[in-house]
Design a protein around this ligand. Sequence first.
Ligand code: SF4
Length: 469
Amino acid sequence: MLDRARDLGELDHRTFRNDEFWREIPGWRDVTPQEFGNHLWQSKHSIRKLDQVQSVLGSRICPTFIDDIAAGLKIAPMNIRITPYVFSLIDWDNPADDPLRKQFLPIASQMLPDHPYYMADSLYEDVDSPVPMLTHRYPDKVLFLPLTTCPVYCSYCTRSRIIGGSTETVDKDTYGPNPANWEPAFEYLRNHPQVEDVVISGGDAFNLTPRYIRLIGEALLEIPHIRRLRYATKGVAILPMKILTDNEWMDAFLDIHRRGRKMGKQVVIHTHFSSPREITQYSMDAARRFFDEGVVVRNQAVLQEGVNNSIEDMVLLTRQLAYMNIRPYYVYVHDMVPGCEHLRTTLWEAVQLEKSVRGTTAGFNTPTFVCDAPGGGGKRHVASYEYYDRENGISVWSSPNVKPGELFLYFDPVHRLSRDAQERWGNGDSRLAMVHEAIRRSNYEISDMARTKIAERLEGGAARSGEKR
Ligand code: SF4
């Protein structure tokens, strides 16, 4: 594995795709660079329905693949929404194996039954929510979710329970931006002086109008103890045209950025490239616009099977981000949410990838590989588990500063385990026995109450609300 990292071309990351690639899509053959490069054209022509997939691709897609997508959408927890930019970057000669298609258009033939211990809200964001739209887990940081819509919908979304509207399998309380509903969150923050850091996510900040970008930024900057704002958007990766052509949105964001700077406060962008295939000259130009304005951009990728779980892809992604002056911040082990079993990797794979990426570039441009501990333990370095039973795919985690005295468990996908282990997972008694044995071997002393909490968490209950299946 390590040798393959060294084999990578050292300059490959400096080449950015700059052709009129969208013209390979029959329905967009005549679209000009001016049209394609405009965010309004991109939004208007985003793919939201299966018949649009068929109509823009025409004979480039075979009917059996369309049937496979249709069957996938019947069971997937996310609706489809894909910008023409991303859609055109998919290799439609081999869509089954394409890393972008895998992230946005699920096909039934690749999907797998959920892990027995998956959770709709695996990170306990709703449980750790003191007021609506706010999660307060870390002492000085909160997550604010002012909306739950996005310019694209990702198959791997950790908030599939609320993002992007109901599907055939999940009832969702998706909401658009509405300032009348944000005041309880602002009031909570005014009354909690330990909070310094607010992630404005959702949903996606690209779907906040310029007025709302300003309203949220001003309200938060006015709170004296708030020192850091992060606007979270996947937009840099999937709709870079907005940064280049939506001047009103950029002006609103840059006003907040400058205002924060004058107050000695950080206002940054957090984005979400997961595959080097998402990166083109448009990405480079968008990143350059932020850089020219002095805006820090950080990236959080999600590790996914067949998308970026190779050394080549992860090293290339890391280097390309760094080259664009986007700081590779985190690579997340895929959360244990429904509809994603085919996209999850083992924890061991994440540990090995981390080793292979580290040392290929400067430390400050090397992402930290983390497992967001199911049950609200927070982000833990992938190698910091208390115990890891690789045979049965069970890792045990503690989180002394977030939830002292508790343990958290992450489970590898069952289909990646040995046949014997798969059989053990098929039996309710033996899987619980494996879990208790892993906890015992972790040598971590926990109370009976903490043990009960783990059992409740694994049994699911309220955490799986909203699902029709
Ligand atoms: S952009 Fe983020 S919040 Fe929206 S669907 Fe994708 S992962 Fe979920």
